[in-house]
Design a protein around this ligand. Structure first.
Ligand code: NAP
Length: 288
């Protein structure tokens, strides 16, 4: 029987890519969207149903989870993410979901870890303790973060700013995270596994600037800035203090070179090598 797969956070960086890739398969995809306007693009994909869902609203969760077989559980980075993850797992239990793929984060297994990792580890535990078969994906930082957070300043002034010094990071392309999620969902051969996913290499942000410059044909500079400058910018954009602190703690691990580990997991699971940063830069050059 044709499976119905719910993807939560379906308009997000990873979520929309998973929906796109699942739409090419013989499954029904239920795209759980928070804002219907952001979900407009997904409507045109074959086999995709759109369902409006608020992770804090039990009625909308009930509707989203009715008659689904499997789900991809993605929550946003927010102050109430733990409660959201709990609500989602409880609803999955109530409605007899048969398999959960959870989008976590690299380092969630670290002891004692940083705050972002501890939050993710806590949410992984809800999934593990649910009794529902699961697979956990722990990706490194996303290459697409450059689009989300830095493209505007690159377009404006050919510069991007981060408090990360010369630290190298093994960023991953979200298209590869999605490919792993799709393979895991469709093959049924990865239950109980935890996969640490990275790109094929670790690059410094100076190197990233060079590659972006080559892809776009313009001089792009990375500017190392003090943590405090970034904190003030995040607070000015109404980022809650605990989230701003957690992001700065992550940047400190980047700066210390602790986020440079590279794994072969994308290749092992999908049979294809992950996108290099150069491929990403070429494919997304228009964003910069
Ligand atoms: N960014 C990274 O480098 C990175 C690396 C590793 C792991 N992660 C983890 O990956 C996960 C997703 O991150 P992301 O960057 O892909 O996030 P994202 O693009 O912001 O996606 C989050 C999604 O959740 C939806 N959402 C927000 N509040 C909701 C609510 N109350 N009810 C229903 N849906 C809601 C958003 O929809 P709206 O926009 O319409 O609100 C959006 O579609 C997070 O747990 C993050 O910690 C991120």
């Amino acid at each position: 029987m044709r499976q119905t797969i719910l993807v939560t956070g379906a308009t997000g960086t990873v979520g929309h890519e998973i929906v796109k890739q699942l739409a090419m398969q013989d499954v029904t995809v239920r795209a759980g969207v928070h804002s219907v306007i952001k979900g407009e693009n997904l409507k045109r994909l074959p086999g995709v149903e759109i369902v409006e869902v608020d992770f804090n609203d039990p009625d909308s969760l009930h509707a989203a989870f009715t008659n689904i077989d499997q789900m991809v559980l993605i929550t946003p980075l927010s102050e109430d993410q733990l409660q959201m993850a709990r609500n989602l797992v409880e609803e999955a239990k109530k409605q007899g979901v048969k398999y959960i793929v959870r989008l976590s984060a690299l380092g969630a297994g670290a002891e004692p870890g940083i705050q972002l990792e501890r939050w993710h580890r806590e949410m992984e535990r809800y999934v593990e303790e649910s009794g529902i078969p699961y697979t956990i994906l722990r990706p490194a930082g996303f290459m697409q973060n450059l689009v989300t957070y830095s493209a505007a300043s690159i377009k404006r002034e050919s510069k991007f700013y981060m408090p990360v010094g010369e630290g190298k990071v093994s960023y991953i392309d979200t298209r590869d995270i999605a490919s792993v999620a799709v393979e895991v969902l469709l093959s049924g051969e990865h239950q109980g596994k935890v996969y640490e996913l990275t790109g094929p290499e670790a690059l410094s942000h100076q190197e990233i600037a060079e590659v972006l410059g080559e892809a776009t044909g313009k001089q792009i500079d990375f500017v190392d800035v003090p943590e405090e400058t970034v904190r003030q910018a995040m607070l000015a954009h109404h980022t809650p203090v605990p989230i701003a602190d957690a992001i700065l703690e992550l940047y400190a691990t980047y700066k210390a070179g602790k986020s440079a580990n590279v794994t072969d997991t994308v290749q092992e699971v999908t049979g294809r090598p992950p996108h290099s940063f150069r491929q990403f830069a070429n494919d997304y050059q228009e964003c910069f």
